[in-house]
Design a protein. Structure first.
Length: 158
């Protein structure tokens, strides 16, 4: 009986830390969670109402890019641009869509030859994006987020 009491006292003395609670701070949990995010990917790409029937993530991205590209192309085609030399350029437009769905042009990369033939090409490209339909922003973990894209615009005038 004496051994059982000693064993019980020894067990109780060494197991006191078992019942000790550790404090968990919300800031630590948030920091740990933020470290696991892949910030270069979103759960859902920005989209237009015409693309909302599509379910596959990659197809939504393609629909979004095609809608933007066709809007820019339709606008440029309606301008009846006249050039003295042929123009064959791929213009890179860097755009940002904020978490409210507002589209902003960050930069436009145009070859000098294209600017020489079409001096107002920069303003035309910016103007073409003003008439895009309402954009629904990208979604990351259930929250609307800001995203940035590069949109290639091929300009060929003969």
């Amino acid at each position: 009986m004496n051994r059982i009491v000693c064993l019980l006292i020894l067990l109780l003395a060494t197991s006191c830390n078992y019942f000790e609670k550790k404090k968990v701070y919300p800031e630590d949990l948030l920091e740990e969670e933020l470290q696991t995010f892949n910030w270069n990917e979103v759960d859902t790409y920005p989209t237009f109402s015409g693309c909302d029937a599509i379910k596959a993530k990659e197809d939504i991205q393609i629909c979004f890019q095609n809608t933007l590209t066709s809007n820019v192309n339709a606008f440029l085609s309606a301008q009846n641009l006249v050039v003295s030399n042929d123009v064959n350029d791929t213009i890179i437009m860097k755009i940002k869509i904020d978490k409210s769905g507002f589209l902003a042009v960050q930069s436009i990369t145009i070859q000098p030859e294209t600017i020489q033939e079409i001096p107002k090409i920069d303003s035309l490209l910016r103007q073409s994006l003003k008439s895009v339909p309402k954009i629904y922003p990208a979604i990351k973990r259930g929250q609307q987020v800001t995203t940035a894209f590069e949109l290639p615009v091929i300009v060929r005038i003969n």
